[in-house]
Structure formats: C-alpha cells, structure tokens
Design a protein. Sequence first.
Length: 217
Amino acid sequence: MIVSPSILAAKAETLTQECAALEKAGATWIHIDIMDGVFVPASTFGPDIVAQIKAACPSLYRDVHFMVDDPATYALPYIRNGAQSVTFHVENYDEATIHQTIAKFHEMGLNVGLSLKPGTPVEAVLPFLEELDLVLVMSVEPGKGGQAFLPSALEKIAFFKKEKEKRALSYAIEVDGGINAETGALCAKAGAEILVAGSYLFGKEDQTERVEALLHE
Ligand code: DX5
Ligand code: ZN
C-alpha cells in the first residue's frame, strides 16, 4: 500500500516539517490539494507550495490533485515547480478535451490521473482508462478535509479493479476522503492501491503508528 498524506490538514507554519515527519514515518507520496474557489468554494495553495515541498522532502512523490475549473491551464505553474503526478476531474471538460489534456500532460513527462466526484458514475471515466496512470476515487465531496467517508466509493474502487484486471490496464487506484485505519482497510479490500489521508495523519502524536496502520492495509 502507498500512503499519500494530504497537506490540506497541515498547519501552514510547520508544513514542511510535518511532511518530513510523515516521510520518516513511512509515507512515500505527498498529496497536494489545489482548489481555485470556482470548481469548489475554497481556494488553497499557490504554485510555491510544490517548490517548497520539493526542496524540503525531495524524495516524496508529488501527487497533485487539482480541484479547479480549467486544470489544463491552471496546472502549468505547479508543473514547472515540480508536480510529478497531475490529477484532474472528469467533470472538468467534454470527452475530447479530456483526451487532449491527458495527452498534453503526458507530453510534459507527467503521470496523469483522473478523479470522479461521489455523484459521478464510473462510466464517465471508462473512455479514458487506457490512457491513465491513476484513477482517483473521491470518497467525500471535494472541497475540504475532515469529512466522513462515503461507502459508495467502495463499489467504484471494486469496479475499477475489475476493469483493470479484465483489460490488463496499468493505472493505479487511489482513494481520497475520510480515510482512517478502518475505512482504509475497506478500501484496500476493494482494490485501492494508494490511500490519501489528511486529518487522520497530520498533527497526531502517534503519526508513525497511523502511517504504519495504513501502509499495512
Ligand atoms: C478533499 C481533498 C482531500 C482531503 C482529504 O477535497 O481532496 O485530499 O484533504 O482529507 P481527509 O483525509 O481529512 O478527509
Ligand atoms: Zn485530494
């Protein structure tokens, strides 16, 4: 299992130290949530955050999740600053523009993920599966941390696992929202390979045990 701590739950003043502590605890990825105040009501980090994390913890794989209206443009400064995996939303564009955006990011040497909101059916992602490095199943409504896990995500994870095996595809299955030891175990059982966790990990005394619990799902 890969653990990708979501920095949305970090304190701004100690963010890079907290990332370093989570890396020490066994996390190998870092999940950077970018919101533009349009696709979701909140807005978060500017592109500097990617450079700061790259400088402080260069070995953490920078998994950037764009909850923005126009990721094909919005993501560019974040990519220049060192994003390695770029995930955007299937709700962003029409089918042709999604194909083009995936190709554009691939040409830039990135891994590309596509995410779907809880209310979006799995069929929306089907036309893109062969092109993707990652499918990100949202198990909460995108926009903020600390929400309760929506069990409907489990069926979606199982669907993407079945489809991956059936068609011998290579995308990784990631799940995001409300992940803790219990929900993480359910997701692992359903086929998730990457667990994003924010409020479960940041600012916790027993961080190492918590990362380990998720790693061993
Ligand atoms: C939600 C973000 C998540 C969020 C997860 O919009 O995409 O990555 O930070 O936070 P927790 O783990 O607290 O649900
Ligand atoms: Zn996220």
